[in-house]
Ligand binder design. Structure first.
Ligand SMILES: Cc1ncc(COP(=O)(O)O)c(C=O)c1O
Length: 407
């Protein structure tokens, strides 16, 4: 039986229990609280851990204007993978030169939309996709995505995308014949990497490919995109980012000269920046456990329980009462809609609040409208003045700026 209580202290910073209660009372639940100060802090920690690397935030992780505006003002670029994501960065005034298009499979209309915007760097991992760029060879350049499998990552992405390392040269030869410019390589060893081993190995192997391409006089391959995968601290056993990146820095130092390293972080930046606030809407004793039904669940912002294999630190604001075996479930009629089981909670009543931490990555991004329950309202705090165009009104509290915006 797990006791998830008291993992995080709500007394830290402005997210104290009383303030969350006031906010929930004023705005209603379910709510997602996006703290832009944490977005900025995470970006800066990662940038410090990997000096010399240029970052392109993976918008898919938490596609919200406040996040884009915050990172844009920090000097971060953006990884876009769809026309919807292009529309979002465009609406935030991000110059196209600060974006790369990383989807390995694209429709001609996706390529054209990106080129019209001015984003000219694309990712390719197979001959069919490369062929699509023959007609755009004067306007586009390519990164070849290589698939390095990562058994250590919680989400292994190399199963679906990335060519075999030995097939890179087939693509490079084809590109050379077609007059398509290949600027470098990219990889993504999987999301939430638990150890740095896969990144290190992929950097080393990519270095070998770059060297060999130069030796054969094919392409200089000046860019190495090391993807995402940087781990977020969902639990205490996740390595600190500085510790995680130390072996990566070492591997990068052995890359061939004049290799520019870029990365596409998502989770590490977004996960800790969002707190979910939901309310108990009903309860029932079933077997030995008390089931609490919330107004948010796995079809809403807890969707990462299903799609992202994520377990979020959860706590309740009520601390009084004897803890008893409990289950937290979402509001839909589906039995899969369970957020946490076998946890010890004091007895809750309808209206009591449940707080989910580390809820920024792949949460609201993958939420659905199932049962037509409304998606959580997004509340933005600590965004620098004047940067969010989606705001509806601005509140001041203890010197912090809080903006309310519907997702
Ligand atoms: C191409 C690509 N880049 C970057 C990311 C972000 O990865 P992470 O959230 O692990 O940092 C993803 C995640 O799926 C991705 O598919």
């Amino acid at each position: 039986m797990k006791n998830l209580l008291h993992i995080y202290s709500l007394r830290k910073g402005p997210q104290n229990a009383l303030w969350l209660q006031e906010l929930a009372h004023r705005e209603g639940t379910p709510l997602l609280l996006v703290n832009c100060q944490i977005i900025e802090k995470q970006y800066k920690k990662l940038a410090k851990a990997l000096p010399g690397t240029d970052f392109f935030y993976a918008i898919k992780t938490l596609p919200h204007q406040s996040v884009i505006n915050t990172l844009h003002s920090c000097g971060c670029g953006f990884d876009i993978a769809s026309n919807g994501e292009i529309a979002m960065v465009e609406s935030c005034g991000v110059p196209a030169a600060r974006c790369i298009h990383t989807h390995p499979i694209k429709r001609p209309s996706d390529i054209e939309r990106s080129l019209d915007y001015g984003c000219t760097t694309f990712v390719v991992d197979n001959p069919c996709e490369l062929e699509k760029f023959t007609k755009y060879r004067d306007r586009a350049s390519i990164l070849i995505r290589v698939g390095f499998r990562s058994p250590d990552a919680v989400v292994d992405l190399a199963r679906k995308y990335g060519c075999q390392p030995e097939d890179v040269f087939i693509l490079l030869e084809k590109a050379a014949e077609a007059g398509i410019s290949v600027k470098g390589l990219s990889f993504h060893v999987g999301s939430q990497a638990i150890t740095p081993h896969a990144h290190v190995r992929a950097i080393e192997d990519s270095g070998d490919i770059i060297r060999e391409s130069r030796r054969r006089g094919l392409f200089l391959l000046e860019i190495l995109d090391i993807g995402g995968g940087f781990p977020a601290a969902y639990s205490d056993d996740v390595p600190d980012i500085e510790e995680f990146c130390a072996p990566l820095r070492d591997a990068i130092s052995y890359l061939p000269e004049n290799t520019r390293v870029i990365a596409e972080p998502g989770r590490y930046i977004a996960a800790p920046a969002v707190t979910a606030i939901s309310s108990v809407i009903g309860k029932a004793m079933r077997g030995d456990s008390m089931w609490y039904y919330l107004d948010d669940g796995v079809y809403g912002s807890y969707s990462g329980r299903i799609y992202d294999s994520a377990t979020y630190p959860i706590e309740v604001l009520k601390k009084d009462g004897t803890p008893r075996p409990s289950v937290l479930a979402g509001p839909t009629c589906d039995s899969i809609d369970v957020i946490a089981e076998d946890i010890m909670l004091p007895e809750l009543e309808p209206g009591d609040l449940v707080i989910g931490h580390m809820m920024g990555a792949y949460t609201i991004a993958t939420a659905t409208d199932f049962n037509l329950f409304p998606r959580p309202k997004i509340v933005v705090m600590n965004e620098k003045q004047g940067s969010c165009r989606a705001q509806t009104h601005v509140l001041q509290r203890n010197g912090f700026t809080t903006k309310m915006a519907r997702s």
